[in-house]
Every structure is written in structure tokens, then in C-alpha cells.
Design a protein around this ligand. Sequence first.
Ligand code: GLA
Length: 388
Amino acid sequence: MITEDAKQKFNELFGYESQRLFFSPGRINLIGEHTDYNGGNVFPCAISLGIYAAYGDRDDNTVRMYSMNLPDQGTVEFSLDDLHFDKADGWSNYPKGMIAEIINQGHKLSHGFDVVVNGNLPDGAGLSSSASIELLTAEIVNDVFSFGIDQQELVNYGKLVENNFIGVNSGIMDQFAIGMGKKDKAILLDTNSMKFEYVPVELGNHVIVIMNTKKHRELADSKYNERRAECEEALKRLQTGVKIDSLGDLSEAEFDENSYLINDETLIKRARHAVFENQRTLLAKAALIDSDLETFGKLVNASHVSLHYDYDVTGKELDTLAETAWEQPGVVGARMTGAGFGGCAIAIVEKDKVDDFIKNVGDTYEKTIGHPGEFYIAEISDGPREIK
Ligand code: GLA
């Protein structure tokens, strides 16, 4: 078992029994992609795939961390007195960044600790392994040192870690979805006002299948920051003629009337995606509440098409998964989820068609791309927590 393995590895590496166990989920986004840094709506949920941590106190100022998912990186060791980004430290920059941020916010950790993490969340697969490890660290530190920091504050710290420590200009969606996750609920979050609402995900005789391209990518190396800069430039040009603070302020019609102000084909496409995706997300939420899965699925498909043609973040792997999924019996909708450029897609599939679905999409994917994909059934889960 995943937690038993973590405890055993802890003992083996550090020579004493771990004292506590923690868990943090990954996330999928149902719809509302690349809208969270454009003042738009997102509609994600936390999933039961995630990262577990076996934890033990130390009495000095050292932190030691080991990931059973990335054994090549060995045990990473750093001091609470010297928390700087170091590329050589790989994944542990995320926990390190979170610890640094918590200290930065005025909290004092009275001692170091040892941690072994073990996850069933595929790493670098667009299911937010990085936000998961950030919020896992936040959960551990907040709990062990009884800081009582509000969960939404920790979510904000996670974004600061990405933006300032790691150097990815990401929005708030991933940290929010994970930190605020609730079983069987999606979160409709307006990233402009930060107002949010839990919406039950009731799919009747359908399930959500996660489809992994197995094309690894790190946001830090992707065109993520470039897309964000393109949206900022489009906004700046729009603001010469309309009074808006973000692309999320525009309706589709207002965008069409004013897109001449942008006057650049690529920038118009990027901004159009942000504006239309934002509105699509609200329609999708309403369809889900009305149990109108057919409409929901069409909006999900439209999101993928827009991310392909207008936003240009899908790529051959994600397109193959989504387009093959669309052709299968019992499929309501399918799209890439997360940042894109590889990573994962999701499909809403009739329960008794899932086996055929996985076989057919899996075969076509492997034939077209040259390596197999991977498939999981998504269970929508609670946020970070201690496991007793
Ligand atoms: C990544 C970022 C999020 C969001 C998505 C795209 O997951 O971390 O903030 O921008 O991409 O919707």
C-alpha cells in the first residue's frame, strides 16, 4: 500500500518511525482553461489521485525530503535558515518554496523535519503535481506547528511560490482547486472577484476518465508564460478603446465589436479564447446544475477546439486523445485539462462503455503517437488532510 510503503521507506532512510501521515490531491479542470490569469471563471475539482507524505520531527533546523516517485533525485537536504531556489534540488523546490513563503509571512518554524512522499498522481502530467506538493507542505507545516493559517491564505501562498520562487506566471486555479477541494463537488471560481461556489458533480451513469498523454512537461519550460504575455498585450490594446480591467470583463459581442483594436491575428485568437472560454464556463456550470449532460459535453468539446485553434496549446498528443474520444460510443464530451502542451485530457463516458473506450482510445493513441497513454477514472475528492 502506498502509505505503508512510504512509512517503510522513511524508516529505512532515516532510521526511525515516521509519526504522522498526510495527503494532498491533484486536480482536473472541467472547463475554464487559461482564464484564471485573465480575470475569468474556472471550474476545477480535486481528485483522489494525489501525494502522500510520511512525516517525522527533527530537533535541529534541517529538512530532509525523499520522493519515492523520483528516486533518482535521492534525499534532498536543506536548512530552514537557507531556503533559496536551486535547480539541482528538482521537485523539492516546491516544498522549499512553500516553507520559505510561510516563514516570509511571519511564522517561525521551531525545528526541521523529515518527509518521504509517495504519490499515485502522475508527475508533470498536468494534474497539478506541483500545486499538490505545495499544499501538502502547507498542510503539514500549518498543522505540525499549529499556525492556524486560513486555508485560502495557504492557497494564495501557493500561487506566490509558483510566481516568485519557481518563476511560473500561473494563476490561482490549481492551488485553489486543491486547497479548497470537496468530495463530489466542482468549484466555480471567478478569479476576478475570487467569489466561488461548490457545484455537485452528478453525472448519473457517466464517469470522468482521465487520459494521460505520458508526454512529460514542466510549466517552467513550456510556452505558458508566452501565452500569458500575449493576453496581456491584447488587453493593453483593447484598453485603448474600452474600459476594462481584464479580458474576463468582456462579453463575446463586446469582444467582436472591439477586436479591431488588437489588430494582430495571433493576439486576437488568444484573447478570443479567453473571452469565449470564460462565458462557456458559466454555460457549462448551468448545464451541469440542470443535469443537461449533452449541452455540458458540447461546451467541453468547444473548449478543446478553442484551445487547439485559438490558443494553440493542445499539440498532437492531446488532439489525438480528444478527437479519438469524440468518436467513441457513450462519450458526452472530451477536452484537454490544465495548461496543455502534453499532460492530460478528460472524457465524460457512459459507465458501461468505459472498458471499450479505454481500449479503443488507447489503441489509436499508441498507433498514432508511438507510445501508450494511461487512463484513470477520476474520483472527486476532498482537499489536503492528515490521514489517521
Ligand atoms: C496551469 C496553471 C493554472 C491555469 C492552467 C490553465 O495549470 O497553473 O493557473 O492557468 O494552467 O488553465
